[in-house]
Design a protein around this ligand. Structure first.
Ligand code: CMC
Length: 429
């Protein structure tokens, strides 16, 4: 508890509100007793000025363009670490020793297969279902297949649920993809690392030998690492709100996946690539920039802007390097989409509208180009984001339910509807 406080004067009443000082970021005024003391609510749609929880996992300095997981900068993790090590860091708070990492990797690898009956469950979806629709449904259904890890009051079950989710999401996402293209499901291979195994499950077929290219596996791993967690974004807040009622972990993560799907959030990677395709050629870029700037047109440049980053998105910088590496490997440096993307970035950054509003390319701007070059259809972009973000969601979920003072999330409202009135019979209306 801090010794600083703020004073709020409402009419002739003065209310003292404690101020908490975080280890990084702005001070936070504690308004938890405000309603009891002042009979008022605060109003902040979109949570633009509201800290909804305290957390030790991820910190973003939007002005500096910095993202830290447990204190470690994302660019260092992307360069020197790998996804499963970052998972360990997010879940347990520290980088693992060699033995701890080996043990963690063995535990995740041991859970990569899904219950065989889930194959039948998949077959209930329409063949052309969007893989995100399948993912929301199947992850929610995990609570039906894995009852023995749904008791949130049991530490061991929480741990097993976390490992199961991290281990099985690639399998389920790959199955969603295989189902949508009419190919047989591919079982995981536990001799491959996390990212290589995902590529294997997506791209191998029984009729042919498929060798995972280590450069592509590394790029895939980097995409997972860059998406692993991102503080209290919309889907993470959804997971926390769902979890505050005591819902089981699989239900909470399904809720997070549903929220992620929207084009303002994780769905932006699909929307961004579709936008680049729609623009098509560099000469059409000014037309699209003009639309994004037009107050009477609600069109936005997908992959631009961020609620928190007002300088640049550090994930986008690393993603851009990865895009260069992958396109060079695949011999598609002349990719027309990349040319449109590079020119769009250049023109938008030089435009006063984007500069004034601090709109920079975000992580979704480059990820789609890499994923498309790897052979993924656009419909798989958001499921890939979801599988990578699962560790962030589950870490935040674990942190929240370990808090002995956890309260159900229950926002209040500024009611602007009709006041009390009497029911009128239908004949009299
Ligand atoms: N293109 C054109 N104008 C934009 C854009 C854009 N992409 N983004 C924001 N603006 C304008 C917006 O019109 C508003 O202008 P004004 O002040 O004149 O009304 C101003 O910038 C502020 O926008 P906002 O909607 O109030 O900002 P926000 O913090 O609520 O929204 C955002 C953040 C990410 C939803 C938004 O920038 C956006 O819709 N971007 C495109 C979608 C996107 O790329 N999303 C991925 C985000 S990163 C990955 C993730 O989190 O999942």
């Amino acid at each position: 508890m801090s010794d600083k406080s703020a004073r709020l004067i409402i009419g002739n009443k003065e209310i003292e509100l404690p101020i908490h000082t975080p280890t990084a970021g702005p001070d936070v005024i504690d308004i938890t007793k405000l309603y009891a003391q002042g009979d008022v609510f605060t109003y902040d749609p979109g949570f633009t000025s509201t800290a909804a929880c305290d957390s030790t996992i991820t910190f973003i300095d939007g002005a500096k363009g910095e993202l830290l997981h447990r204190g470690y900068p994302i660019d260092q993790l992307a360069e020197k670490s790998h996804f499963l090590e970052v998972c360990y860091l997010l879940l347990y708070g520290e980088l693992p020793s060699a033995t701890e990492l080996e043990d963690f990797e063995a535990r995740v690898t041991n859970h990569t297969m899904v219950h065989e009956q889930m194959h039948n469950f998949f077959r209930g979806f329409r063949r052309d279902a969007h893989p995100m629709a399948t993912l929301v449904g199947v992850v929610g259904a995990m609570s039906a297949f894995y009852h023995d890890s749904t008791d949130i009051n049991d530490d061991w079950q929480r741990e097993v649920a976390a490992i199961r989710l991290i281990a099985k999401l690639p399998t389920i996402a790959a199955m969603a993809y295989k189902y949508s293209v009419g190919q047989p499901f591919v079982y995981p291979r536990n001799d491959l690392d996390y990212a290589a195994n995902f590529l294997h499950m997506c791209f191998s077929v029984p009729a042919e030998n498929y060798e995972v290219d280590p450069i592509l596996a590394r790029a895939m791993d980097r995409i997972f690492t860059l998406h692993a967690d991102h503080e209290q974004n919309a889907s993470t807040s959804t997971v926390r709100l769902a979890s505050s009622s005591g819902a089981n972990p699989f239900a909470c993560i399904a809720a997070g996946i549903a929220c992620l799907w929207g084009p303002a959030h994780g769905g932006a990677n699909q929307a961004c690539l579709e936008m680049l395709k729609e623009i098509g050629t560099v000469d059409r870029i000014p037309e699209f920039i003009a639309r994004a700037k037009d107050k009477d047109d609600n069109y936005r440049l997908m992959g631009f802007g961020h609620r928190v980053y007002k300088n640049f998105d550090p994930r986008a910088t690393v993603m851009k390097q990865s895009a260069d590496e992958v396109l060079e490997l695949l011999g598609v440096e002349d990719n027309p989409l990349l040319q449109v993307a590079m020119e769009l970035e250049k023109q938008a950054l030089a435009d006063p509208y984007f500069a004034e509003k601090k709109l920079f390319p975000n992580v979704d701007f480059y990820s789609g180009i890499i994923l498309e070059a790897m052979g993924f259809p656009t419909s798989m972009f958001t499921p890939i984001f979801a599988l990578a973000r699962t560790v962030g969601w589950i870490s935040q979920w674990k942190e929240q339910i370990s808090d002995p003072n956890l309260k159900i999330g229950r926002p209040r409202q500024l009611y602007t509807g009709a006041t009390r009135r009497d029911y009128t019979d239908i004949e009299s209306r």
